[in-house]
Design a protein around this ligand. Sequence first.
Ligand SMILES: NC(=O)c1ccc[n+]([C@@H]2O[C@H](COP(=O)([O-])OP(=O)(O)OC[C@H]3O[C@@H](n4cnc5c(N)ncnc54)[C@H](OP(=O)(O)O)[C@@H]3O)[C@@H](O)[C@H]2O)c1
Length: 370
Amino acid sequence: MAFTGKQVTSRLDADGKLTVELIEREFKDPSGSRVLINVEASPINPSDLGVLFAVADTDNAEYSAGKIVAPMPEAAVRAMASRIGNALPVGNECAGTVVAAGEDPAAQALLGKRVTCVPGGAYATYATCEAAMCMVLDEGVTAEQGASSFVNPMTALGFVETMKAEGFKGIIHAAAASNLGQMLVRICKDDGVPLVNLVRSQVQADLLRGIGATHVIDTTAADFPAQLTAAIDETGAMLGFDPIGGGTTASKMLAAMEASASKGMAWSRYGSSTPKKVYIYGALDTGPTILHRNYGFTWDVAGWLMTPFLAKAGMEVVAQMRQRVMRELTTTFASHYKAQVSLEGMLTREAVSAYNARRTGEKYLVVPNG
Ligand SMILES: NC(=O)c1ccc[n+]([C@@H]2O[C@H](COP(=O)([O-])OP(=O)(O)OC[C@H]3O[C@@H](n4cnc5c(N)ncnc54)[C@H](OP(=O)(O)O)[C@@H]3O)[C@@H](O)[C@H]2O)c1
């Protein structure tokens, strides 16, 4: 039996127009080890926005029922040449109920269960996924509570695993009031991992202190570099995670790490030999990363992405991480949403302008059947 429903797609055309629209489509009966999920809730995360709109000008877009046509800057069209003409499904993760399953016993066992998974294409009535990639939600856990149980939780846990694997003692985290940042605060508090949180307002600092953060620094303070150096003196945090990407955040982290590492050292034009590293893991600022290189030569800047991290970490570590997320889904890994929108509702000017701003505490949840 085939199912019919709706799906949000995003298509970039060679003329520089990005079309995001809601289409009617058929969802085939799954076979083998795959299952079909009736999507009940799916968050709009920054990584989804990167596919949905990228850097298209949504302020100057044409909005009609279930359709948005937005101009994309020329340089971005060139950079995304390989997606031209493809109507991409959007929405990484979701929670929903398995309504059809392939013949494999593992898939059949999920029939009728409420699960959380990462099917890609979750802004839709239905989504398909490998049974092995689904986690069954505990009785009483709602779709809203289960919707964000993969991307941000596994990334926040991945930061701590990365720190341990690379021999660092603590973490500096930028844009730390994010949904992910709040999870990281709770993980580090529970696990005794030193964490220095960088935020850009007093409200965000208060929010993080309210959930147990010890070191919170407002980057707009005049003495921000000195405060950061003092926090590194105290924590030994020489590993940074920066989701901003553009601008000087990584450079400022490295400068403060070096200021701390070189204290009491005789001057050397090569700087200290203490390892210092910043991972850029997001593009909240799409401008160039600026490195001032005033911190000697023992430093690294690299990219960090959850999927290759999980592949490298191995099945056992990943299974432990996923079990912890399920155990602590409504505490450590709780996500909050400013609003719920239907598939049609997520394509209105008002909704786009709100969720595309990626503001603290203003994440949207898509409820396809709402
Ligand atoms: N690499 C990976 O595998 C991976 C996996 C998961 C998430 N991520 C990334 O993690 C980041 C956080 O995701 P989330 O879902 O937790 O986000 P979120 O809850 O939507 O929060 C976004 C945060 O970023 C801040 N922000 C936005 N633009 C900024 C800028 N230009 N400079 C400084 N702060 C800025 C916002 O603060 P204001 O309120 O002050 O604007 C807000 O606190 C995103 O960049 C996402 O892409 C990456």
